[in-house]
Design a protein around this ligand. Sequence first.
Ligand code: GLC
Length: 572
Amino acid sequence: MTQHLAAPAAPDSGTRTDWWRDAVIYQVYPRSFADGNGDGMGDLEGIRARLPHLRDLGVDAVWLSPFYASPQADAGYDVADYRAIDPMFGTLHDADAVIRDAHALGLRIIVDLVPNHSSDRHDWFQRALKEGPGSPLRDRYHFRAGKGADGELPPNDWESIFGGPAWTRTTDPDGAPGEWYLHLFAPEQPDFNWEHPAVRDEFRSILRFWLDMGVDGFRVDVAHGLVKAEGLPDIGHHDQLKLLGNDTMPFFDQDGVHEIYRSWRHVLAEYAENEIGPEGPSLEGRGRETGGRVLVAEAWTPTVERTAHYVRPDEMHQAFNFQYLGTHWDAAELREVIDSSLAAMRPVDAPATWVLSNHDVTRHATRFANPPGLGTQLRTAGDRALGLRRARAATLLMLALPGSAYLYQGEELGLPDVTDLPDEVRQDPSFHRAQGQDGFRDGCRVPIPWTVEGPSYGFGTGGSWLPQPAGWGELSVEAQTGDPTSTLELYRKALQTRRTQPGLGAGDALQWTEAPEGVLAFRREDFACTANTTGEPVRLTAPGRLLLASGPVDVGDGDVELPADTTAWWAV
Ligand code: GLC
């Protein structure tokens, strides 16, 4: 613990000691982490009871996906009340207990904030519907008259990310067909109008509410979506999903979003750093730039350079690196995205971030089990042994890179996606809107196994809201603890090493060294990493003393054979 708290700043990070610059942040998906009351749905009580697992794993912070009052049309990303906990997850008292216990264990808590849209059950939206056209409350969302003789056509051609038009027509209080409203996601998720001052004030107030509760930061959902191009212009194409991530869209990554984050940064700056760890305040003030509360952007942009705009010094602290998440297990591609990510973050002085899995994409153990190029949402299990071998290697590579890394619950167990869920249990709204052609996100949301036996393998005392596959218990925390070859022990060792080995952690640079084709090799201070992305073993000169490897490595007399799809860490 002491080592944990007193971890020295990496030599190349100058005087900065901001915790988030090299933090490993673990994403908890509350529905599927641990069920404290046996109703088959994960909850805050369950999370609280399992916090010691996260402390033992060695992460620095926990990001909790939404637990707010919500009709759950999009698993909680449809918020009806931003200041209340959904009864299915517990109470505000439980949230307070999670935050306090986490802090006492030395873990920070980041909560999910969903500012692009609310639930259609949100009080503002309900009142706007009831009051009818002309209600000032309608200005807080995007209500518009339809096109066509009777307003029967949507106001523009925008398509929902979840399939179908991005507009739904309302019914007026007198029963006549009325205006349309915009929803970039499900119809149950109406988009806020961020030009309205009441929306801006409300979210600053929500930030303060949770900062007062003691959270250490916010993961900002759809951070690139809040501001829409003036006049809501047509795009002029169908199949707009294909344009996402490459083209500039009138509803994503508009320059106007940045002033919102600048104003939020001011709100965070009003708050002092929380006391973390059993030994009291971690705040010593030396070289700290902020009170330790952070904003993390979920911003899907076409390039890492565009992503860097979100983390300019007066905006957010970190942004997810989705370019990295989308990269195949291929040395040349990886090297390119690593270089471009570091180069993009350097001028804005933000840490690069790295991520392989989250609740929206197929787990990396399954992505890498399949041929490249299939995308990030799959329905095929592929070659599981190959996927796991590559996933372990990919994780060690990621944890060796300068900056901050995100882990998704269950990846420390090497969990695959559950690709064969029956259609009738699937809850992803896009699965239903796209008529089963898309929306396979339930596969990475299956509740995680804690024990070898037992109902829902220790997830809870009852069942589990999505069915767990047979044999899930063999992948459990219980099954893997103490087995030196297990993925769980690999993660524990890697995170422990990351805290103690000079050259691992913060910083913004690495030095590539010579390596055979298909192998990535780099140095950072007294540390070296070699990753063999090929399907064949390669012979190398050992760069130093072996610290850790993702698979069995034999070090001979200065020579080493690095097996296929294996990463090794070295002290130089
Ligand atoms: C984000 C979330 C995703 C959700 C969407 C709409 O992308 O990560 O789960 O469906 O926003 O809120």
